[in-house]
Design a protein around this ligand. Structure first.
Ligand SMILES: NC(=O)c1ccc[n+]([C@@H]2O[C@H](COP(=O)([O-])OP(=O)(O)OC[C@H]3O[C@@H](n4cnc5c(N)ncnc54)[C@H](O)[C@@H]3O)[C@@H](O)[C@H]2O)c1
Length: 260
C-alpha cells in the first residue's frame, strides 16, 4: 500500500499552524496539510528560509509568519496575525526545535539556555497562546516529541531532557483541555532524514548502525511523520488524546538489548 496523504484526509475547512515549517518534518507536514485542503501558516525565524519553503508548497494554500518561538512577544504577535487574517485556528503543530548533542560536561550553559528557550519555553508560549483558541473550534494540538522524549540516548541528555518535557507537557495538557474539547498529542519520531541529523544519515556506517535497530529496516522520512500528524489532527483520531505516538519503524518496541 502506498501513502497518498492528500486523498485520505480532508482539512479544507481548517486553519493549521505549523511551527518550524520552513524545513524538514515541519515543511513536509505543512505540505501534507496543504494538499489535504488546509489553509496553512508556517513559522520560523528566517524570512528567506520561509520564502523558499512557501515556494515549494501548493500555491495559495500557505503563508509564512516570521516568529522566534522562544520569544513570548513574537508568539503573541503570531497568534494575533493568524486570528486577524483567518478568524480561527483549528490545528496547531508545535514542531520548531533546536538540537544539541554531547555529554552534559561538553554543553555550555549558553547552548543549554538557547535550546531550552526554543524547545521547552517555546512549547509553553505556543500552548498557552493557542489552547484557548482551539477550545473555540474543537481543535487539536500536536507536538513533535521524539523517541528521545521517551527514553535516553547516549550523549543526548540535554536534548532528551527538552523532549521529555514536551512529552509530559502533552500528557498533562491533554487532561486539562480534554474537558474543553481539545485533543493534545505528540508524535515521537526516531532518526529521520532532515538537515540537523544529515551528519548521521549521510554517513553510511553510522546510518547502518541506526537502521539495524529499526524493525522496518529503514530510516524515517519527513513524510512518514507528516502523515501521522494528519491522522492525529483528523476526525479519525477523535477519541485519541494524551498519546506520544512513536513514528519510529518499531525502534521503541525494543527493550534496548542487542539485535542478534
Ligand atoms: N530529524 C530527526 O531525526 C528527528 C527525530 C525526532 C524528533 N525530531 C524533531 O522534529 C522536529 C523537526 O526537526 P527536523 O528534524 O525537521 O529539523 P529542522 O531543523 O529541519 O526543523 C526544525 C525547524 O525549527 C526551526 N526553529 C528552530 N528554532 C526555532 C525558533 N527558536 N523559532 C522558530 N523556529 C525555530 C528551524 O529553523 C527549522 O526550520 C523537531 O522538534 C525535532 O526535535 C527530529
Amino acid at each position: 500500500m502506498t501513502a497518498h496523504n492528500e486523498s485520505r484526509f480532508d482539512f479544507s475547512d481548517s486553519v493549521v499552524l505549523v511551527t518550524g515549517g520552513g524545513s524538514g518534518i515541519g515543511l513536509a507536514t505543512a505540505d501534507a496539510f496543504a494538499k489535504a485542503g488546509a489553509t496553512v501558516i508556517i513559522t520560523g525565524r528566517n524570512q528567506d528560509k520561509l520564502d523558499r519553503a512557501l515556494a515549494q508548497l501548493p500555491e495559495n494554500r500557505a503563508t509564512g509568519v516570521r516568529t522566534d518561538i522562544g520569544d513570548p512577544a513574537d508568539v503573541e504577535r503570531l497568534v494575533s496575525t493568524v486570528i486577524d487574517r483567518y478568524g480561527r485556528l483549528d490545528v496547531v503543530v508545535s514542531n520548531a526545535a533546536g538540537y544539541v548533542s554531547g555529554e552534559i560536561t561538553d554543553v555550555s550553559t549558553a547552548d543549554w539556555e538557547a535550546l531550552r528557550q526554543t524547545n521547552i519555553d517555546g512549547f509553553f508560549h505556543l500552548a498557552k497562546a493557542t489552547l484557548p483558541l482551539l477550545a473555540q473550534t474543537g481543535g487539536s494540538f500536536t507536538a513533535t516529541s521524539s523517541v528521545s522524549g521517551l527514553a535516553g540516548d547516549w550523549k543526548g541528555a540535554v536534548y532528551d531532557a527538552t523532549k521529555g518535557a514536551v512529552s509530559l507537557f502533552v500528557r498533562a495538557l491533554a487532561l486539562d483541555w480534554g474537558p474543553r474539547g481539545v485533543r493534545v498529542n505528540a508524535v515521537a519520531p526516531s532518526l529521520t532524514r532532515t538537515g540537523p541529523v544529515a551528519g548521521v544519515t549521510g554517513n553510511a556506517e553510522l546510518a547502518a548502525k541506526f537502521e539495524e535497530r529499526v524493525a522496518l529496516g529503514r530510516l524515517g522520512e519527513p513524510e512518514d511523520v507528516a502523515l501521522v500528524f494528519l491522522f492525529l489532527a483528523s476526525d479519525a483520531a477523535r477519541y485519541v488524546t494524551g498519546v506520544i505516538l512513536p513514528v519510529d519503524g518499531g525502534t521503541s518496541a525494543s527493550n534496548g538489548q542487542a539485535r542478534v
